[in-house]
Design a protein around this ligand. Structure first.
Ligand code: GAR
Length: 213
């Protein structure tokens, strides 16, 4: 297969992984799922979708360190000729090997409007804080916690009746919409990074897929 080859790293349910597998990504496609959790539901989805899967269990090998695990993941991704790495609910901060070898080629989806509520439990913290609008962000990954350049964001209003579950559900719908779009823009070469600012180029400076945002 020609076209960009994508690996998804996920630790749990894998709904964003599935959204990326089933979306129109132009001539790019997801070819590999890697997980740090042998019980991840994403593995079942990968099997159903016929995507290669790999488990890197940091607790399984004696003396295995998270950095060692990351180096092993990076080696597999290079072996499989991966062009773009998508973190999708991968609950680890990247420490080095992946950042070094895939610089500017790692995306993440986060369930808040960054820079608000980085890190864990973003939806619950948004609700507790009392914000009226939250949402989700696709960003490039750097060495910080959810600090890399922002590619796309979608806003989600917080309703007076919201629970963490209802708010998370509505944010997730937006995640499934903007993540594939950001991946497609990256793979089509429509993104130019200027410092931490992302520029899109296409017809009249407005790329087609963005019209649907
Ligand atoms: C998603 O809501 C994603 O934004 C979030 O974990 C969930 C994974 O769901 N990621 C983070 O909080 C990262 N800081 P999924 O496994 O169904 O895609």
């Amino acid at each position: 297969m020609s076209g960009r080859r994508i690996a998804v790293l996920a630790s749990g349910r894998g709904s964003n992984f599935e959204a990326l597998c089933t979306a129109d990504l132009g001539d790019a496609s997801v070819v590999l799922l890697a997980t740090d959790n042998p019980k991840a539901e994403a593995l079942i989805k990968a099997k159903r979708l016929g995507i290669e899967k790999a488990v890197f269990d940091p607790g399984a090998a004696r003396g295995a360190s998270p950095a060692g695990m990351e180096a092993s993941i990076a080696a597999l991704l290079e072996d499989r000729g991966i062009d773009l790495v998508c973190l999708a609910g991968f609950m680890r901060i990247l420490k080095g090997p992946l950042l070094d070898r895939f610089e500017g080629r790692i995306l993440n989806i986060h369930p808040s409007l960054l820079p608000s509520f980085p890190g864990l439990d973003a939806q619950a913290r948004a609700l507790e804080y009392g914000v009226r609008i939250t949402g989700c962000t696709v960003h490039y990954v750097d060495a910080g916690t959810d600090t890399g350049p922002v590619v796309l964001q979608a806003a989600v209003p917080v309703l007076g009746t919201d629970t963490v579950e209802s708010l998370s559900r509505r944010i997730l719908r937006e995640e499934h919409r903007i993540y594939p779009l950001a991946v497609r823009l990256h793979c089509e070469g429509s993104i130019r990074l200027d410092g931490r600012t992302v520029h899109f180029h296409g017809t009249d400076g407005i790329p087609g897929p963005l019209a649907s945002l």
